[in-house]
Design a protein. Structure first.
Ligand code: NI
Length: 244
């Protein structure tokens, strides 16, 4: 059930049965030579959509821009400053909370969002402190960080899974958008690894945008497997979260 495709009356009705909502959040940033700029948003949108296809759970429109400062030396990347992203999350949660939503489950596709989104949750809790009549819980679920995904990635790719433009995320994005699969030569086979500093340094260290990965191994079939594992894990986690 999509918020954007519902009427206000349908949302009023939904709220009588559930006060939980899933909010996909990602980024618009380079993902190496064969990864889509929308990868980090495409993955959580697909996962959330499949969760909603199984059960009547409301999905909010995605927050498609994230904190991508370190990718700004690559054309097409759009970043929110950390403070902006914090405010966006606060305003989205506050708006929905006002209508009666109490449980906000963010399905996240981008590691750079973790610090600002977690800071936003702390700001939200600080603002409602002592207001026990309006319970509010927020959770950030990083789709790629669970045992099932990690072990499949290890089994299929070993160390070539990498850290940015990973094989699993490129595969999942190809599964969601087979019309956008890229067939390009990639060298070296495995990208370099290192620490992240500013945007110019990132491009110097990681010239084609990958970190430690071999996304030429990506496939639609693997993407379907990763997607199903993520949907299983996050559906269970969402129900546990609602019970909290
Ligand atoms: Ni990514």
């Amino acid at each position: 059930m999509q918020l954007a495709l519902s009427t206000w009356q349908e949302i009023e009705h939904y709220l009588k049965q559930s006060t939980g909502i899933i909010i996909p959040i990602g980024s618009t940033e380079q993902h190496g030579p064969n990864g889509l700029i929308g990868t980090d948003t495409i993955c959580p949108v697909r996962i959330a959509g499949d969760i909603s296809g199984r059960e009547r759970i409301l999905i909010a429109p995605a927050i498609a821009y994230g904190m991508s400062q370190h990718h700004m030396a690559f054309p097409g990347t759009v970043t929110l400053r950390p403070a902006t992203l914090i405010q966006v999350v606060i305003d989205v949660v506050s708006s929905l909370h006002r209508h009666g939503f109490t449980h906000f489950y963010f399905v996240n596709g981008h590691g750079g969002n973790i610090a600002p989104v977690t800071a936003a949750f702390s700001e939200i809790y600080a603002a409602i402190q002592g207001n026990a009549s309006h319970p509010l819980r927020c959770k950030l679920a990083n789709w790629w960080r669970n045992d099932a995904i990690t072990s499949l990635a290890r089994e299929l790719y070993g160390d070539a899974e990498g850290y940015h433009a990973t094989v699993s995320e490129v595969s999942l994005s190809y599964f969601a958008h087979p019309e956008a699969v890229k067939d390009v030569a990639i060298a070296p086979v495995v990208a370099p690894t290192g620490d992240i500093y500013d945007a110019a340094d990132f491009r110097r260290q990681f010239p084609d945008g990958r970190m430690g990965s071999s996304p030429q191994l990506a496939s639609i079939d693997a993407g379907e497997r990763f997607c199903k594992l993520a949907v299983d894990a996050l559906t269970a986690d969402y129900h546990q979260f609602l019970a909290s």
